[in-house]
Design a protein around this ligand. Structure first.
Ligand SMILES: Nc1ncnc2c1ncn2[C@@H]1O[C@H](COP(=O)(O)OP(=O)(O)OP(=O)(O)O)[C@@H](O)[C@H]1O
Ligand SMILES: [Mg+2]
Length: 277
């Protein structure tokens, strides 16, 4: 039996009938609202990845923000292990905050601008207080290598990095604390293909070694299929289709899924505009 097939059947996350409405009073008059999430339910088993795919504006980032407690849901529940995190006070949430890490597409504002890469990577461990400095530095170096960055860059600040390097730093930082749930919101989208593949494989390795659970949000159905055990397709704040990657790729049921499939160049062999030879 492979490690991947030994996953336990225990959900780490269970979302029930989640609704998030934003009011847009300023633009459309009093009472007008956007239903960014309109009754979303799913669970993610420990050690597995659920990919959420969907077109722009379908509610993916809103879902990520609610799961990371950065937005408050209008109604519904989000169970993280035994706790409904929609009901937590700020103080209670601080206890579990480290176990849920969210990485965005552009992490530029999530770093202290004057901190070096080494400081950024060791600060979460330093806060724990029981890890020696040389040990923290060694761990930071391992993480940097894992995400394809050189430990020799440890003294650089975020402004001295390219967009792709900053993204890899954000991923390394999120992994420092070995979170139980890692949410990636288009976190690989801006990286070039070889780095995407390297980080995708790192995520798969970490799942096997740490039993980490992932929510992977993307426009890219091919990458979602590579990484995920299950894919959920969102449209207008709802999950319109959910199933194993094979099923979604080969027998898509909804129009939205077929449109997303058509947009995947790696699955679409007859590229428009290419002369046949
Ligand atoms: N803070 C906000 N205030 C008002 N409306 C919002 C807010 N955030 C999101 N929305 C609206 O909620 C809907 C869902 O947005 P969301 O950002 O979750 O989409 P998305 O699927 O992540 O899109 P993308 O693929 O472009 O990132 C959109 O109609 C959006 O305009
Ligand atoms: Mg988004």
């Amino acid at each position: 039996m492979t490690a991947r097939s030994e996953k336990t059947a225990r959900p780490v996350v269970r979302v029930e009938n989640l609704v998030k409405r934003y009011s847009k009073k300023k633009l459309a008059g009093p009472g007008a609202e956007v239903r960014a999430l309109d009754g979303v339910s799913f669970s993610i088993l420990k050690g597995t990845t659920l990919a959420i795919v969907g077109q722009s504006g379908s509610g993916k980032s809103t879902l990520a923000l609610c799961l990371a407690c950065l937005e408050k849901a209008t109604s519904g529940s989000i169970w993280f292990e035994e706790t409904d995190i929609t009901q937590l006070t700020e103080k209670e949430y601080r206890r579990i905050r480290r176990q849920i890490q969210l990485i965005f597409q552009d992490p530029v504002n999530s770093f202290h601008a004057s901190w070096t890469m080494l400081e950024i990577l060791t600060e979460p461990l330093a806060l724990q207080g029981n890890v020696r400095r040389d040990e923290m530095r060694a761990r930071a170096h391992v993480l940097l290598e894992q995400v394809g960055l050189s430990p020799e860059m440890e003294g650089r600040i975020p402004a001295e990095l390219s967009g792709g390097q900053r993204q890899r730093l954000a991923i390394a930082r999120a992994l420092t604390l070995e979170p139980k749930l890692l949410i990636l919101d288009e976190a690989l989208s801006a990286l070039d293909c070889s780095v995407q593949a390297q980080i995708a494989n790192l995520l798969l390795e970490l799942q096997d070694s740490l039993g980490m659970t992932c929510l992977f949000i993307s426009h890219d159905l091919a990458m979602a299929a590579h990484l995920a055990d299950e894919i959920a397709v969102m449209s207008r704040g709802q999950i319109v289709e959910q199933g194993p990657p094979d099923k979604i790729l080969k027998e898509p049921e909804s129009r939205v899924t077929r449109e997303l499939l058509a947009a995947v160049p790696r699955l679409n062999f007859s590229r428009p505009g290419m002369a046949e030879s």
